[in-house]
Structure formats: structure tokens, C-alpha cells
Design a protein around this ligand. Structure first.
Ligand code: LLP
Length: 420
């Protein structure tokens, strides 16, 4: 359920007309619904309310401070993958004791920053990282609480770029090698070995792979406990999919049921790292048609957003529904929706049947709340779009549109280079 609906043929976000926002902030812009975000967080977190758990929103999907603030105020924590994300989380007021840190390439300075901030746990992804964590822990004088991210070799049946739990992926430690690594870690004095972590991929539309991974992880945990290693938390990552087109992913309640069933009778604290399922359908990208053109038998709608704003279609060939902001009931036609960037890969949809838009009209690119703005760039020197949040009948700019000055901030022409 989301709050982007038509009222008298006009697209609204909660009680605000999308066209009115466009008039005031310009295009393109990202638009998030506060009510949808809250509802999604509660639906997910609430599904686990009867067990000991912590929902750590995966902030790589959307790291805007206002979004993080909402998560924090709902009692959530975050899953971070960089020191920059830690900085953002702290700025947003996330409780450090609710932060877990994943990622295959943590540097010493990143580890030090996180230790000093007092985060809850590191998800260690390699034998060498375990050693670094111990080393930096000693240097800082703080024990690093760790889980080892294990790779269970389970096929998540999703896009290859976003599957992470297969043997061939770079993530985690082979589950068969994990017991040995746990023994090593347990012998290191600056580590507090507390958990097992496992994330197998993103945009999963079935519970099966989650359960298969969990079954393997359970065997690992009982083996570790038998060997005297005190495992008290289990991080099962994120990955629950959403509907972009016709996918029918399990509802969080169904997902939670399957997991709770698998863990019944266990005393583990469960950590969850959902990203997309919280924000994906809570945000859209609003853009304006600049030109329409027909060449041969093809029609193009050239819009003012581009792959730098939303790169998912270019990168994964992913589907985002295209809707008119004003529904005029015009005949539909097949068209390519493209941006102004000088690459053929700069498209939002290809040969898609859509309303016959005219130049100047507004278009909504749906399901853009996750991995939308957070993956945006300034390619072609296009200042990044602004982000807007609607709550009830008000809208708030939660990130200003970038300026041309922002584009060159930090750049320096060395003195030896003379002006032409
Ligand atoms: N935890 C870890 C360790 C992850 O690597 C990820 C996502 C998540 C949690 C959250 O997964 P989610 O619940 O959002 O599926 N850019 C791609 C998705 C990349 C996902 C990377 N890792 C896309 O736009 O589809």
C-alpha cells in the first residue's frame, strides 16, 4: 500500500498535488510519502514484534537524513556499509547501539571511527578483516563485537548483479570455512564474537531461498555453540522484494512467519536489514517531458531526468512504471522514455505502452524510493535532483537541488595553469 493516488485524474502524494510541488520546486525531483514510509517500517518491524529483534534499515537504499530520522524515531537502527553512512546515521540521530556495519572493504580508519562511535556490531567478511578488527580494537582500547558474514551458497533467484550469497560472489566467508574462522576469532583478545550474519541478495520474491540459507546457518550456529563459542545474535540481512510490475513478493508477515518458524525455540536476537521493502514504493521520481520526437516508427519522450538521477533501468534493465501526473485519458502508444544524457543507455523505459505525453507535461516514474537518489551522480554535470517529503497536506524539501557551484565544489585549477 502506498499513498500515491489519483484524485480527479490528478496524481497526489498523500494530500498534496504532485503538480503543485513541481511548480514550486522544479523538476526533476524525488518525492517520498511519510505515511508510506512509516507504514512500511511498521509492517516490517511489527511482523517480528513477538521475538527479540532489531530492524536495521539498510541505508544504502536511501540515506536521506529525514528518512533516517523517521526510522530512528520508529525505534529502528541502520545497516551501514561505509564510514560516510555512519556519519549520516549519527547526524540523523540514530542510536549507535543500533548500528551494524557490513561491507567487504572496511579500512582501519573506518573501523576506528565505528569503534569510537560505539556501534553495535561489525559484520566481518574475510579472514583478513577479522585480524584488522582485532588490531584496531587493540589500538582504540575497545573490543569489537563481531559477527562473521557467511556465504551459504544459496541461489536467491534474482538479478545476477544483486545476488550475493552464491559461492562465486565476493561477499562473506564460505560457510564451510566459517567454523575455522570462528575459532581464530574467538582466540583474539580484542574481539567479542557474538553473531552470525548472512545476506543472500536483493529483490527476492520468494521465501524459499531465505529459509534454505537459514537452515544452513542454524547448523553452523549449533556447531559453534557446541564448540563453546557464544553466539547470541543472528543477522539475516535484507533482500525482501517489492512489486515493480507484476512480481508478487511475500508480505513481510509471511516472510516473518517463515523465519520465525525456522527459529522457533531459539534464544537468538534476530537482526534484520531491510532496505527496498521499506522505501522502494514510498518514493517516486517526477520529471517533465522536454520534447517528443518520432523517428521512423519510433516515438521518444525526452524527459528532464536521466540515468544520473535514476540509474536502475540502465544498470539492471529494471522496470519502473511510468504514469502521467495529469491523467487525460489520451490514447496510449509505444514509446521510449529517455533522458538528455549522451548515452544510448540513458533510458527509463523502452517500447513501453504509455499515455501519449506532450512536451511540458509531468511524468511520474514509480517505485523509485530505493536505490534511486542514493545511486545518483552528477554525470554530464547535471546537478542532483532535490528530494521532497510529503506529510499529510504539507511538503518539505529534505534535500535542496544542487547548484552549479555545488558541481565544482572542491575543484582547483593549479596556479601553473594560465587562463587562456
Ligand atoms: N544488507 C546487506 C549486507 C546488503 O548488501 C543489502 C543490499 C541489504 C542489506 C539491503 O537489501 P534490500 O532489503 O534493499 O534488498 N542497487 C540495487 C540493489 C543492491 C543491493 C545491495 N545490497 C538495486 O537498485 O536493485
Amino acid at each position: 500500500m502506498h499513498h500515491f493516488t489519483y484524485i480527479n485524474n490528478e496524481l497526489f502524494c498523500e494530500d498534496v498535488s504532485v503538480a503543485d510541488i513541481a511548480d514550486q520546486v522544479g523538476t526533476p525531483f524525488y518525492l517520498y510519502s511519510h505515511a508510506t514510509l512509516k507504514q512500511h517500517f511498521r509492517a516490517f518491524d511489527g511482523a517480528f514484534s513477538d521475538i527479540n529483534h532489531l530492524t536495521c534499515f539498510s541505508m544504502k537504499s536511501n540515506s536521506n537524513l529525514a528518512v533516517l530520522r523517521l526510522v530512528g524515531s520508529e525505534g529502528g537502527g541502520v545497516d551501514i556499509v561505509s564510514a560516510g553512512e555512519l556519519y549520516r546515521a549519527l547526524q540523523a540521530g540514530i542510536d549507535p547501539k543500533k548500528i551494524v556495519y557490513s561491507g567487504v572493504g572496511k579500512r582501519d580508519e573506518d573501523i576506528e571511527y565505528a569503534l569510537k562511535a560505539g556501534i553495535f556490531m561489525f559484520n566481518a567478511e574475510s579472514a583478513q578483516e577479522i585480524v584488522r578488527l582485532n588490531h584496531v580494537g587493540g589500538k582504540v582500547g575497545r573490543k569489537a563485537r563481531i559477527a562473521i558474514r557467511v556465504n551459504p551458497d544459496v541461489d536467491p533467484k534474482t538479478h545476477p548483479y544483486i545476488s550475493t550469497g552464491l559461492k562465486e560472489n565476493k561477499f562473506g566467508i564460505d560457510i564451510n570455512d566459517a567454523p575455522r574462522q570462528y575459532m581464530v576469532a574467538a582466540g583474539l583478545e580484542n574481539l567479542d564474537v557474538a553473531g552470525v550474519d548472512c545476506h543472500i541478495g536483493s529483490q527476492l520474491t520468494q521465501v524459499g531461498p531465505f529459509v534454505d540459507a537459514l537452515k544452513k546457518v542454524k547448523i553452523l550456529i549449533s556447531g559453534l555453540r557446541n564448540a563453546g563459542i557464544k553466539i547470541n545474535c543472528l543477522d539475516i540481512g535484507g533482500g525482501l522484494g517489492i512489486t515493480y510490475k507484476e512480481e508478487e513478493p511475500p508480505h513481510p508477515v509471511e516472510y516473518a512467519q517463515a523465519i520465525k518458524e525456522e527459529l522457533s525455540g531459539s534464544d537468538l536476537t534476530l537482526i534484520l536489514e531491510p532496505g527496498r521493502v521499506i522505501v522502494g514504493n514510498a518514493g517516486i521520481l517526477v520529471t517533465r517531458v522536454i520534447y517528443t520526437k518520432t523517428t521512423g516508427e519510433k516515438t521518444f519522450f525526452v524527459v528532464d531526468a536521466a540515468m544520473n538521477d535514476l540509474m536502475r533501468p540502465s544498470l539492471y534493465d529494471s522496470y519502473h512504471e511510468i504514469k502521467p501526473v495529469k491523467w487525460l485519458g489520451r490514447p496510449r502508444l509505444k514509446a521510449d522514455i529517455v533522458g538528455p544524457i549522451c548515452e544510448s543507455g540513458d533510458f527509463f523505459a523502452k517500447s513501453r505502452e504509455v499515455e501519449s505525453f506532450e512536451s511540458g507535461e509531468l511524468m511520474a516514474i514509480m517505485s523509485a524510493g530505493a536505490y534511486g537518489f542514493s545511486m545518483s551522480s552528477v554525470y554530464n554535470s547535471r546537478p542532483r535532483a532535490c528530494e521532497v517529503m510529503v506529510k499529510d497536506d504539507h511538503f518539505y524539501t529534505i534535500r535542496a537541488r544542487e547548484t552549479y557551484e555545488d558541481l565544482i565544489r572542491g575543484e582547483v585549477i593549479p596556479d601553473f595553469m594560465e587562463k587562456a
